[in-house]
Design a protein around this ligand. Structure first.
Ligand SMILES: Nc1nc2c(ncn2[C@@H]2O[C@H](COP(=O)(O)OP(=O)(O)OP(=O)(O)O)[C@@H](O)[C@H]2O)c(=O)[nH]1
Ligand SMILES: [Mg+2]
Length: 243
């Protein structure tokens, strides 16, 4: 049976971490579960440990540190020689084992190197996706403009793919998701979005009435796309893409 590891980056997710872990345990792949804690001040660590997850601490104490958390998780997971590693957000309120299987199965049967969750979201949800990530990808990487959720936290790939991506020096903060997408495509890996239904998640309630709470994320995602555009020499030709 292929070995599957699920990694949850988590900072102060005590409201949802138990139901997220329980959902993953129902998967037919019987994944090993790692929670990468970003110095939570609530009961995330205790709840995760009590429910059977391996808990590790983000290697650097910084926030936002989604990138640090993902890199820490990959370093720990890769040492266990898995076949597939799947990231899931720990604030999802409607996570089911079906999400795990839908993302992992196409990797195991060789159809894709990477699968990425896409979903219907509330109209005001995903501000950085709509106003920063997708427009900048269209300008600098038009071949990636069809990805509806370039910042998806629900991403699975073969262990070898993650190992290669880790070597591209991904950023520490919110830029890491779009960075992984760009590097995956530029490496020529087969990557595809998988529809998972609706996504309900805790972080939306933080900014649904105040978009300025997303400004740091917007900054870091924007910078990540621009850094990749410089690396892949897309700046010079950008005007040709955005008349
Ligand atoms: N370890 C760690 N986890 C983090 C950190 N920041 C965010 N996370 C986790 O990363 C996951 C995604 O973060 P969210 O705040 O839900 O952001 P998001 O849903 O991707 O973004 P939006 O769609 O804009 O809400 C959640 O499980 C967070 O707990 C951090 O600094 N350290
Ligand atoms: Mg969220």
């Amino acid at each position: 049976m292929p070995k599957v590891i699920v990694i949850f980056p988590a900072k102060n997710e005590s409201a949802t971490i138990k139901s997220c872990i329980d959902a993953v345990k129902q998967s037919k792949h019987k994944p090993h579960i790692i929670v990468v804690d970003g110095y939570s001040t609530d009961k995330t660590v205790e709840i995760a440990s009590a429910n059977g997850a391996e808990v590790v601490t983000s290697s650097k104490r910084m926030h936002p540190g989604k990138g640090v958390a993902m890199k820490t998780g990959l370093q720990v997971a890769l040492k266990k020689n898995p076949d597939v590693i799947l990231f899931l957000d720990a604030d999802i309120k409607n996570l089911t084992a079906e999400w795990v299987d839908k993302l992992v199965d196409p990797i195991i049967d060789g159809r894709h190197d990477m699968t990425r969750g896409t979903y219907m979201r509330a109209a005001r949800d995903g501000g950085v996706t709509k106003l920063v990530a997708r427009p900048l990808l269209s300008v600098f990487f038009p071949e990636m403009s069809h990805f509806e959720q370039p910042l998806s936290g629900e991403v699975a790939a073969k262990a070898d793919v993650w190992k290669t991506l880790l070597e591209t020096a991904p950023p520490d903060g919110w830029g890491i998701d779009v960075w992984f997408l760009i590097e995956t495509v530029m490496h020529g890996y087969k990557t595809s979005e998988i529809f998972l239904g609706t996504k309900e998640h805790g972080s939306y309630s933080v900014y649904e009435n105040d978009l300025s709470k997303l400004s740091k994320m917007g900054e870091q995602v924007g910078l990540a796309v621009i850094q990749e555009a410089v690396k892949y020499e897309r700046i010079v030709n950008a005007n040709a893409y955005a008349p």
